[in-house]
Design a protein around this ligand. Structure first.
Ligand SMILES: C[S@@+](CC[C@H](N)C(=O)[O-])C[C@H]1O[C@@H](n2cnc3c(N)ncnc32)[C@H](O)[C@@H]1O
Length: 242
């Protein structure tokens, strides 16, 4: 836990940690779970995430857990944590979940099985993916979003864009780190001053973005190395802006 009540990174398995929060604790769930989509065969999926998502060899950021499930298992698992996360959110709370094109149908199924209302899919345009002859570039990832029941128009939240254009971060400390500015844009779907939950915090980008935008935030991260990296990164970044 952090010594700062505005944010915390809890080291543990989201499925176990989520059940420890009281109903109505959070105002939004904004998260980037392991997609378990790297690799076409199960043997490729089972490789270390450092091999699947980096070509930096020994200099790659640490590998992370939870990325080797086949699609049926991933969908069941996602429905479980999405259900637990919804139970600890206020009525009307938004949910935003990153996903790629392979897992998009599974993600929208899981979200709805968990009882969220699926309201749309925003686009993160990364711009720089590998060109493929005779094929469309896979240059986007997606943000499946919805709400915990009704989501009144009267919420004090402005109009938000549906497409976000940001390149992958330079000098990443996480294999699948999201751009900080992208996350600063996304957290704005939360009511001002709300408390945001990221059950798959990685290097803490969502938590840092939330605090920089005036929210409080709880991140959960199962991989020890990343929980420690996230805490150090957030502390340092917040010191730098003071
Ligand atoms: C896609 S990454 C998140 C990256 C993050 N958005 C960032 O910018 O650094 C998913 C993270 O979820 C973590 N994870 C996997 N299974 C988990 C679980 N059951 N509970 C909590 N964290 C988990 C992984 O260790 C990984 O760091």
């Amino acid at each position: 836990m952090s010594d700062n009540p505005q944010w915390e990174i809890i080291q543990g398995d989201a499925l176990k940690v989520l059940s420890g929060f009281a109903p109505g604790t959070f105002d939004a769930v904004i998260t980037d779970p392991p997609y378990a989509s790297g690799g076409r065969t199960q043997a490729e999926k089972n490789k270390s995430t450092a091999k699947k998502y980096s070509n930096m060899g020994d200099h790659a950021p640490p590998p992370f857990d939870g990325d080797a499930k086949d699609q049926r298992s991933w969908t069941r698992w996602a429905a479980e944590w999405l259900y637990d996360a919804r139970k600890i959110c206020k009525p009307g709370a938004p949910v935003c979940m990153f996903i790629d094109w392979r897992q998009l149908p599974a993600a929208t199924d899981a979200l709805q099985w968990a009882g969220w209302i699926w309201r749309g899919t925003a686009v993160w345009d990364k711009g720089n993916s590998r060109p493929q002859k005779g094929r469309f570039r896979q240059q986007a990832e997606y943000i499946v979003w919805g709400s915990n029941g009704d989501m009144p128009i009267s919420r004090p939240v402005p109009c938000l864009p549906g497409v976000f254009k940001y390149g992958n971060p330079q000098n990443r400390i996480h294999l699948t780190e999201k751009p900080l500015q992208l996350m600063r844009d996304i957290v704005k779907i939360t009511e001002p001053g709300g408390r945001i939950l990221d059950p798959f915090a990685g290097s803490g980008t969502t938590v840092l973005a939330a605090v920089l935008e005036g929210y409080s935030a709880t991140g959960i991260e199962v991989t020890d190395a990343y929980a420690a990296l996230a805490r150090g990164r957030i502390r340092q970044a917040l010191e730098d802006v003071q």
